[in-house]
Design a protein around this ligand. Structure first.
Ligand SMILES: *[C@@H]1O[C@H](CO)[C@@H](O)[C@H](O)[C@H]1NC(C)=O
Ligand SMILES: *[C@@H]1O[C@H](CO)[C@@H](O)[C@H](O)[C@H]1NC(C)=O
Ligand SMILES: *[C@@H]1O[C@H](CO)[C@@H](O)[C@H](O)[C@H]1NC(C)=O
Ligand SMILES: CC(=O)N[C@H]1CO[C@H](CO)[C@@H](O)[C@@H]1O
Ligand SMILES: [Ca+2]
Length: 501
């Protein structure tokens, strides 16, 4: 048996310390999970796709029995040991705690003697079939990680079907048939899981392995999850990476191990014989002492936590996803279609986070100078692309180099950035010049230049040298000379903050 080896491997995978961290954001889109695990080399960090730990799922189950009054004891009745029709001193009485066998006893802690069990009424209506459905519902999608194990007291049933639902009980599919005689009961050839292969692993089989009545000592029925995993991960499940790779790429395989509900359909109790002993029908009934289901919350690789809230399991979604299974993007994070995380590349996986919706940030607001935005993942922000009308900036709220803000135009005006030249705010015409329509400065006679910043005489032959009138004219410009004034002014313009935001 590879059970012990599996367990140590299993431990390695699930012995997760409470410390659960993420890669720093510098790892970019690899928003994978980091857990501390214990190996032979001691404590090490392991990086992997985000998924909750596997655990005992029975704690969170809701059970329904059909027919509802199928539990024994109301009215009280005596039943016989199946192997011995004359040992009939057992009593089931629902009103006496020591003699009652309610459904809860399938889910209590086992390991004590005698074991506690649920029991049905006896087959007193023979030949009418004794049919019982035991339905286990989680109201949450679960991925099975270990065998389903059902322990019967008093013989395993002659006929039984294990069914599953993936849609909260709306539709049901068989998972496995169990019979003492598969051909007779279900017109199926008997098979064992070990007869399957990677290619036939999804086949629904009928097995006779567990239906040998009271003749053998075993009380247990399995639904073999680990044997099926072994087709991909190897006989000792040493290569879980290979299994995860397969699960990632084959939806049918992933769905096979995924459930929201299970149903145990009991169709014929253990008789231990070919013929039913009609004289002693109190020998025939169903009794189950324990049901085990191990699995993890399905969170589409978008959560490492799964919490119980109002008796219901819920993924603690990350990556800006939401929903019970993290199956969709949060509002305002629909910048691209939702997709599940991926186990690939092994072992780190890919997070496939949801990114902000362009409209939600209100950031594809380009003041009408562009209708295209682009999401910059590194900055987690949206910027306008191809700003028109000589604008630039995240929201096209700035003017391109060499263009200036038209003070009389709003930010969404096509004329907001002008190659022109002057205004009455910052780009004053110098030396007493007047700004005409922001297009040009009307300069006093002695000055010239775009902003009237130059003395006209500078351009004349001989320059301004020797002119006696120069000092008087220089006095018209307040403070330092005009050229000195222009430089800080241009520096100021370059550093001009965005306006209107
Ligand atoms: C058990 O469930 C099956 C469907 O899964 C249904 O066809 C059948 O009638 C049910 N039997 C009882 C006894 O409720
Ligand atoms: C299942 O969960 C949903 C909430 O996600 C809740 O509305 C519904 O009542 C639950 N159903 C049952 C049967 O508990
Ligand atoms: C500045 O904007 C106003 C308002 O749109 C416009 O009338 C004016 O022509 C613009 N100035 C220039 C120089 O384009
Ligand atoms: C609001 C929100 O949940 N934002 C998160 C979106 O996802 C990134 C990456 O996982 C987180 O860093 C943000 O906090
Ligand atoms: Ca029990």
């Amino acid at each position: 048996m590879y059970l012990s080896r599996f367990l140590s491997l299993h431990t390695l995978w699930v012995t997760v310390s409470s410390v659960m961290q993420h890669y720093p954001s510098v790892w970019g889109h690899y928003d994978v999970c980091k857990t501390q695990i214990y190996t032979e080399e001691g404590k090490v960090w392991d990086y992997m796709a985000c998924q909750p730990e596997a655990r005992d799922m029975i704690k969170y189950v809701k059970v329904t029995l059909d027919p509802p009054d199928i539990t024994c004891g109301d009215p009280p009745e005596t039943f016989c040991a199946m192997g011995n029709p004359y040992m009939c001193n057992n009593e089931c009485d629902a009103s006496t705690q020591e003699l009652a066998h309610p459904p809860e006893l399938m889910f209590d802690l086992e390991g004590r003697h005698p074991s506690t069990f649920w029991q049905s009424t006896t087959w007193k209506d023979y030949p009418k079939p004794l049919h019982v459905n035991i339905t286990l519902s989680w109201n949450k999608t679960i991925e099975l990680t270990d065998n389903i194990v059902i322990t019967f007291e008093s013989g395993r049933p002659d006929q039984m079907i294990l069914e599953k639902s993936l849609d909260y009980g709306r539709t049901w599919q068989p998972y496995q048939y169990y019979a003492t005689d598969c051909l007779d009961a279900f017109h199926m050839d008997p098979k064992s899981v070990r007869d399957l292969s990677q290619h036939t692993v999804l086949e629904i089989i009928c097995t006779e392995e567990y239906s040998t009545g009271y003749m053998t000592n075993s009380k247990i029925i399995h639904f073999e999850i680990k044997d099926r995993f072994a087709f991909f991960a190897g006989p000792r499940l040493h290569n879980m990476a290979s299994l995860y790779g397969q699960l990632d790429t084959t939806k049918k395989l992933r769905d096979f191990f995924t459930i929201t509900d299970l149903r145990i359909r009991l169709l014929r109790p253990a008789t231990g014989e070919i013929y039913v002993d009609e004289q002693h029908l109190a020998r025939y009934f169903y009794a189950i002492s324990d049901i085990r289901v191990y699995g993890r919350c399905k969170c589409n690789l978008h959560a490492t936590g799964c919490k119980e809230e109002n008796k219901r399991l819920l993924c603690e979604c990350e990556h800006n996803t939401t929903g019970p299974d993290c199956g969709k993007c949060k509002k305002n994070y629909q910048g691209r279609p939702w997709s599940a995380g991926s186990y690939l590349p092994i072992p780190k996986g890919t997070a496939n986070i949801c990114i902000p919706s362009i409209s939600s940030i209100g950031n594809c607001e380009c003041f009408g100078h562009s209708n295209r935005c682009s999401y910059i993942e590194l900055l987690n922000t949206v910027i306008c692309v191809s700003c028109k009308h000589n604008t630039r900036g995240q929201h096209c709220e700035l003017c391109r180099l060499g263009y200036f803000r038209n003070a009389s135009a709003e930010l969404d005006d096509e004329n907001v950035c002008i190659a022109n030249v002057c205004d009455n705010e910052l780009l004053h015409c110098q030396n007493g010049g007047t700004c005409i329509n922001n297009v040009r400065c009307q300069c006093p006679p002695a000055y010239t230049g775009i902003l009237c910043e130059k003395l006209r005489c500078e351009r004349e032959p001989g320059g301004c040298g020797g002119r006696s009138s120069a000092p008087g004219r220089a006095g018209e410009g307040a403070g330092p000379g005009p050229r000195l004034l222009l430089l800080p002014l241009l520096a100021l313009l370059a550093a001009r903050p965005p306006r209107g935001c």
